[in-house]
Ligand binder design. Structure first.
Ligand code: AMP
Length: 177
């Protein structure tokens, strides 16, 4: 099966849900992309496109929708998968970092033994909004002196300028609003 997909195809499959989970939020529902085998595979291929298999030690995914893309990309790249989770979910010792969301606030956690110092890491999340989540995740990765090769998003809400918060890492997004 060819997994070549266009950005227009991916964009066309993202469903906008007004006022979810709160009034004023335009929620980008990615389940129609995940529910189409060709679009999902093509989306993962595009997220991992800058890397050869074996050139990345770990793909780090952000709780929860980031896991979907990061785990698939990790498998494709022959890399480990490392979950950054919301506080209270990881059972072992953790580093923690608090941040603000487009709606609410949160704390992210990463197991203290999740990465070796100097690991070559790609960070993936489904969507970049204000950037708070990704900035917190990068801060956690810095605790390991990780070499953050790239931070990849399926979707970027460009008007929220989250990219401007991610000054010290390469940032790439497939679909930009
Ligand atoms: P932020 O920290 O503001 O960049 O928010 C990014 C995180 O919140 C991502 O993990 C997204 O899954 C989620 N998120 C924020 N805004 C939206 C939105 N409009 N639609 C879907 N997910 C969103």
């Amino acid at each position: 099966m060819s997994t070549k997909v266009t950005i227009a195809e991916l964009t066309g499959a993202i469903r906008n849900i007004p006022d979810f989970p709160k009034p004023g939020i335009q929620f980008k529902d990615i389940t129609p992309v995940l529910g189409d085998a060709r679009l999902f595979a093509g989306c993962v291929d595009l997220l991992a496109a800058n890397f050869e298999s074996g050139s990345v030690d770990a793909v780090v995914g952000i709780d929860a929708r980031g896991f979907i893309f990061a785990a698939a990309a990790a498998y494709k790249l022959g890399a480990a998968f490392v979950p950054v989770r919301k506080k209270g979910k990881l059972p072992f010792g953790t580093f923690e970092q608090s941040y603000d969301l487009e709606y609410g606030s949160n704390t992210l956690a990463l197991h203290v033994d999740a990465l070796k110092p100097g690991s070559r890491v790609v960070l993936i999340d489904d969507l970049l909004a204000t950037g708070g989540t990704a900035v917190a995740a990068v801060a956690l990765l810095r605790r390991f002196q990780a070499n953050v090769l790239e931070v990849d998003f399926f979707i970027e809400l460009g008007f929220l300028k989250g990219r401007d918060q991610l000054t010290d890492v390469p940032v790439r997004a497939l679909v930009v609003y």
